[in-house]
Design a protein around this ligand. Structure first.
Ligand SMILES: Cc1cc2nc3c(=O)[nH]c(=O)nc-3n(C[C@H](O)[C@H](O)[C@H](O)COP(=O)(O)OP(=O)(O)OC[C@H]3O[C@@H](n4cnc5c(N)ncnc54)[C@H](O)[C@@H]3O)c2cc1C
Length: 236
């Protein structure tokens, strides 16, 4: 697996407790939308039992001139060091890896059922599909507890304006007086946006609990196992 040392160019808070980190894209580094890499801290000032490496999906699309990742900031040694890493310092990456990617057959719709930080590879996939003007019908149900916790909502609203084949459905599970969808993603909610569960490829990504809940929903709706693709984030 190729290893690169890449320079941090920007770090910003993009939602409550959630930061995005941008890096220079190494010459010749190529990845497919939806892939991830292992990010390793170089000589960190502290470490803990989980070590100096975490897997992060690229939030940027391959056409972008830089690479970026986003993560929920928790009080672990890795994330304390990453948060304090000065712009201009380097981190080591190992990748790209992974097979979470948009299917090729354009007549088969894509439906993403996503919670919280599981959105990262999905942003890459939908930004790239929009850039390439792919004809796939894409529906994204994106659940967060509250509006301040929801990263990339503006990006998806812009992508939906740009891409007539993309429907964006934000879901705020615990937001009072929210005009859109509230509560957890369930079969009734999904049915409001897709008429036939047998047609699409379903994409699930994020913490294991979220992926398991969405898989159960789909299994109960008799969706064929072959039509479900998942990316499970360990460590949440
Ligand atoms: C293919 C893949 C792609 C991934 N992509 C992303 C991504 O794009 N963005 C992203 O954020 N993560 C992603 N992850 C997960 C990521 O690699 C880390 O595991 C995750 O961010 C947790 O790291 P951590 O340092 O917060 O906790 P760790 O130190 O890794 O946590 C270790 C253990 O401690 C527990 N723990 C630690 N802190 C807390 C806390 N505050 N509250 C409760 N429990 C706690 C965890 O549940 C876990 O069991 C991905 C994982 C995989 C496998």
């Amino acid at each position: 697996m190729p290893k690169y040392e890449i320079k941090l160019t920007q770090k910003i808070e993009i939602a409550q407790n959630t930061m995005a980190f941008s890096f220079e894209k190494p010459t010749g580094f190529e990845y497919r939308a939806g892939q991830f890499a292992d990010f390793t801290l170089i000589n960190p000032p502290e470490t803990d039992a989980e070590g100096n490496t975490r897997a992060f999906s690229f939030v940027t699309a391959p056409f972008a001139d830089h690479i970026a990742v986003a993560t929920r900031m928790r009080d672990t040694a890795f994330k304390r060091v990453l948060k304090n890493l000065p712009v201009g310092e380097k981190i080591s990456i190992d990748g790209p890896m992974g097979d979470f990617k948009l299917h090729k057959t354009a007549t088969t719709p894509a439906v993403f059922l996503i919670g919280g930080i599981g959105i990262t590879p999905v942003r890459s996939i939908i930004a790239q599909a929009t850039h390439e003007k792919l004809p796939h019908s894409i529906t994204l149900l994106y659940a967060n507890n509250l509006i301040p916790e929801a990263a990339f909502v503006n990006d998806f609203e812009n992508l939906a304006r740009e891409n007539a084949n993309f429907k964006f459905v934000p879901v705020m599970s615990n937001e009072k007086d929210y005009k859109g969808e509230t509560g957890f993603i369930n079969k009734e909610m999904v049915s409001r946006y897709i008429s036939d569960f047998s047609k699409p490829i379903f994409y699930l990504s994020g913490p294991a609990g979220m992926v398991a809940a969405m898989r159960k929903l789909l299994t109960e709706a008799n969706v064929n196992e072959d039509n479900i693709r998942t990316e499970e984030f360990s460590g949440y």
